[in-house]
Design a protein around this ligand. Structure first.
Ligand code: AGP
Length: 608
């Protein structure tokens, strides 16, 4: 996600901003920019690409004199990575500059209102809307303008703001996006994250939701959303830089596992409006949705596993036949793609060579393509006819977790939207499922709370030789991902099997003490899966079951049970995968593996 830095003090701001942004590079970004008050005006310099480009453009900040400034590294969400879309953003008279991290969910509505009032926009971003909205409400008193804007924004934001007419003050405000304030010896700072300020101070204030920070050269004060002063205590950061980049977590993977409630929320909320599913970027008319005859979901690795789940959801809800393919197979098997087909490419990076090739194969045949992608402006995002983004933010760990969860909910939304339009679900059913979707983040939060219990169990299996994952239907798709997570970060051999398939060969591999993870979240298949559990158990397996709360019957069959909260049967993957991610993570840590960068693997496989 984006990185924000701000400074006000005795020193030159630009070099401090560039240094702070360099400490946030790990967060992933595609453009950068800084704004500095030079004594008369606010100068802004921004550039697509690495921070180095901006440093060269500003001669390491030397060509931007001034002691008040804000800086930003942008992870594109709304609008491709371009200079125009890079932050900071000005109002039209260039008297206000803003940097933003987060997603303004109602930006289109606010933008329209401002355009109707004559405001002109230079970018595609949601952030520029904030700059003009501040302009609209600014009557000389920054706090008044800021509080009015806060009341009109929906979504998540961390904002750094400077006003030309108030050059002795730096403002910051947040809602659901992180922002901290640092009290330094030579000046005061704001930042998205601790690493950016550690060089200057370890005394920081954590701004809470809808609090405003007001920084002068000497002191820092805080206001609430009503503009009233509030008192806050500073905290002392003990972390070193390395730990701080991971937000205090030991690995990026664990940090990203814990970001999943936010990831799911950020991918869901902008598309749930007044109880309806609105996927603006889809750009498909109801007619076009009704005309879809078949869906091909094509992807690799974990993205493919989300497609295996989505097959059940699309077919179950929208009654559209779905074929799921590995991209590396699809591109060479001369697939039969008929008129009325929709090819959906799922990809976190948007650069996976096989998935990109599959996309191009579909396009050469004149088939409509949709990309479900996490990296804005990536090749698949640019080349697909339509793109639906998973707003998971940059995923640093090679083993995907939060992007996987975002890919799942994106496909739930799509399937439900298609079902609504095609009339295969009633409004009441749809309302119920939207309610279930909205509960997922807090249910994931709940499952993350059982970390210690899973860690203790995982420690018993660090020396395991073979681990099998079994399940039926969507539980089989969950097993595929659970197995991949384990083997790719712990190097333990693992396989996933459709539970009904065991007796056709694999069961001969079950020995005394072999760990079998049985996923049983599909009520209609419980009994079948329980009989498979009994099959392996009688042959010596130790069975860890993952099932729905209330299904205590399974304790008679399994040795160790993890319960997930009740949700719609189509959405259980989003919950069952959480304990499996944690299990794999702790086995990997227990084995001393390089969790974030497992051997032989790359985050994005851009070669065949
Ligand atoms: C999963 O943990 C792996 N990182 C890998 O399977 C990944 O999902 C696959 O390479 C696809 O990558 P993409 O989503 O960027 O296309």
């Amino acid at each position: 996600m984006c990185g924000i830095v701000g400074y006000i003090g005795e020193a030159q701001a630009a070099p401090i901003l560039l240094d702070g942004l360099s400490r946030l590079e790990y967060r992933g970004y595609d453009s950068a920019g800084i704004a500095v008050y030079d004594g008369t005006d606010i100068q802004v310099k921004k550039a697509t690409g690495r921070l180095k480009v901006l440093s060269e453009l500003t001669h390491d900040g030397v060509t931007m004199p001034g002691t008040l400034g804000i800086g930003h590294t942008r992870w594109a969400t709304h609008g491709a990575p371009t200079d125009a879309n890079a932050h900071p953003h000005y109002n039209s008279t260039e008297t206000i500059a803003v940097v933003h991290n987060g997603i303004i969910e109602n930006y289109l509505k606010v933008k329209k209102r401002l355009q109707d009032k004559g405001y002109e926009f230079q970018s595609e971003t949601d952030t520029e809307v904030v700059a003009h909205l501040l302009d609209y409400y600014y009557k000389g008193e920054p706090i008044e303008a800021i509080t009015k804007v806060m009341l009109r924004l929906e979504g998540s934001y961390a904002l750094g703001i400077i006003f030309r007419d108030h050059p002795d003050v730096l403002y910051a405000v947040r809602k659901d996006s992180p922002l901290i304030v640092g009290k330094g010896a030579e000046g005061n700072l704001i930042a998205s994250d601790v690493p950016a300020v550690l060089k200057y101070t370890r005394e920081v204030y954590f701004i809470q939701n809808e609090e405003i920070a007001v920084l002068n050269k000497e002191d820092i004060s805080f206001r609430n959303v009503d503009g009233e002063p509030i008192e806050k205590e500073a905290a002392t950061i003990e972390w070193d830089i390395n730990a701080a980049e991971k937000g205090g977590y030991e690995h990026f993977m664990l940090k990203e596992i814990y970001e999943q409630p936010k990831t799911v929320r950020d991918t869901l909320n902008p598309r749930l409006k007044d109880g309806r599913i609105v996927i603006e970027e889809l750009g498909m008319t109801d007619e076009e949705i009704r005309a879809i005859q078949k869906i091909h979901i094509v992807a690799c690795g974990s993205a493919y596993h989300t497609g295996v789940t989505a097959k059940y959801v699309f077919e179950g809800l929208a009654r559209i036949p779905v074929e799921v393919d590995l991209a590396s197979e699809f591109r060479y098997r001369n697939p039969i793609l008929e008129e009325g087909a929709l090819v959906i490419i799922i990809s976190q990076s948007g650069e996976t060579a096989d998935s990109l090739a599959a996309l191009r194969e579909a396009k050469t045949r004149g088939i409509q393509t949709l990309g479900i992608v996490n990296v804005v402006g990536s090749s698949i995002a640019r080349e697909a006819d339509k793109v639906m983004y998973t707003w998971a933010g940059p995923e640093i760990a090679v083993a995907t977790t939060k992007a996987y969860s975002a890919q799942l909910v994106a496909q739930y939304l799509l399937a439900l939207k298609f079902a609504q339009v095609r009339g295969t679900v009633t409004d009441q059913e749809c309302e119920g499922m939207i309610g279930d979707l909205k509960k997922l983040p807090e249910q994931i939060e709940l499952l993350l709370g059982s970390k210690e219990r899973i860690q203790r169990f995982a420690n018993r299996y660090v020396a395991a030789r073979d681990v099998f994952f079994i399940g039926r239907g969507i539980d089989y798709a969950i097993s595929l991902e659970g197995s991949l997570k384990l083997k790719e970060i712990s190097y333990i051999h693992s396989e996933a099997y459709a539970a009904g398939e065991l007796k056709h060969g694999t069961i001969s591999l079950i020995e005394e003490g072999t760990l079998v993870a049985a996923v049983a979240t599909q009520e209609a298949l419980y009994k079948k899966t329980i009989s498979n559990i009994v099959e392996v158990r009688t042959r010596g397996a130790f069975v860890m079951a993952v099932t729905n709360t209330g299904n205590t019957e399974i304790e008679k069959a399994a040795d160790y049970v993890i319960y997930i909260p009740q949700t719609n049967r189509y959405f259980t993957n989003s919950l069952a995968i959480i304990p499996l991610q944690l299990f794999s993570y702790y086995v990997s840590v227990g084995r001393g593996c390089d969790v974030d960068k497992p051997r032989n693997l790359a985050k994005s496989v851009t070669v065949e």
